[in-house]
Design a protein around this ligand. Sequence first.
Ligand code: NAD
Length: 495
Amino acid sequence: MTNHTQWKALSESVVLRHQAYINGAFQPAVSGETFPCINPATEKLLVDVASCDEADVNLAVDSALQAYRSGVWSELAPKQRKQILLKLADLLEQHKDEFALLDTLDMGKSISEMTAIDIPDSIDCIRWTAECIDKLYGEIAPTGNDTLALISHEPVGVVAAITPWNYPLMMATWKLAPALAAGNSVILKPSEKSPLSALRLAELATQAGIPDGVFNVLPGFGHTAGKALGLHHDVNVLAFTGSTRVAGMLMEYAGQSNLKRVWLEAGGKSPNLIFEDCDDVKKAAATAAAAIFSNQGEVCIACSRIYVQKSIKAEFTAALVEAASHYQPSDPLDPATNMGPMVDGAQLETVARFIRSAKEEGGEVLLGGVPEYVEGQGFYAKPTIVSEAHNGMTFVQEEIFGPVLAVCEFDTEEEAIALANDSKYGLGASVWTANLSRAHRVSRKIHSGMVWVNTWGEGDSTVPFGGVKASGNGRDKSLHAMEKYTELKNVWIRL
Ligand code: NAD
């Protein structure tokens, strides 16, 4: 196993791609502009990255559209597309340490999370989706004897994927694997806070045999490159993961341009319901801590709202504080680290602001507190638990996207369900009970795309991922993801 010293040495030799990837080659932004990519653990410059805008978007969309129309990928036999995507997964596996380093340096996630979660999940997503391509059949509708109606799935054309910084490689693969598998051309715009792994992946895609123009990567800001993709008339699908605020803007761009389909994976404020009949309070507490403090709380499905039944509140809270004290923010290149820095100074300030507001609104800080920032030492925030919280408090309603946990209480099952559902979001939820009927009853009544019973955060390529309400629409992963990137076509034949 690679140790801290070895990861640090490797991080010094890793090559950082920094130009846009269009039509199978790296190139600077048309404007020549760049933006700085900063390591949040050291606040040092990693590299200046091409800052793409509308001019680069036009080039990338032209190239993607030409490639699509040429049929070089879109009309390839599914079996051939499968082989190329499998090769891409193999190449990613061969370079797994390099990709782990790229995201850790770029956004501060611990190297141990990268190697245990992000890398294997990304490889599996590409491999699993590739394996599906030549196993999907069309349909013949039961119309009657004198006609034949064929129903088939066709690629949509040009897909723009706009992704966030919290799982840079993983979020990119969740979009591009099914979009490419279906035969589309893809333009990926990674977050300006974490563009490095996407740029390297583009290079590997070419090496795997994905034809030029089929997979392009445009680093740049949301209001420039992202907006230009959203408004472009030749982009047919926008696949987005990010905040609810930006998700709404993408819907507007679609309305202002060509009614492109918009698939949204947006914010969350997931509840965690701990019932008194939960058979392992310590386990529930340890999982609750992991559900908010892993990846520094920069997790869309983070269970940031605990609702614990009054009768076990004291026992549960003591176990929670104990479990949380094992999360210590430190150098993300150390494999022993379980929490890295926040992605940047703005995110650290957001965390500080919400902790201040929680205190002002009557919350009792049981652990952590407002971060003590030291200039030049990284954007570290401690795990923070605030008790005596309730749904009327701002920090219980708003997504913080940091290591801040609200502990609220309830008396009855009905009350717990009502409190959990009293949120604009509906991404995930966790329920702890040994009562099978209650587990099913509560899971049915919770308004969210995903519910975990006596666990949290389980996921697999075979299972869809996504939310309801302001958490979005559509689903990543599983065969359901393919629906986002294909059109239904029917052909009638009179016999
Ligand atoms: P964000 O919305 O700020 O940015 C996401 C992406 O959108 C970035 O690439 C950004 O450049 C781009 N963007 C910003 N403004 C834009 C505009 N005007 N037009 C087009 N594109 C624009 O989100 P973030 O801070 O990068 O990520 C955190 C958010 O992502 C959180 O809300 C989190 O819950 C959410 N998230 C959701 C899921 C999910 O599956 N539901 C997964 C991960 C993260």
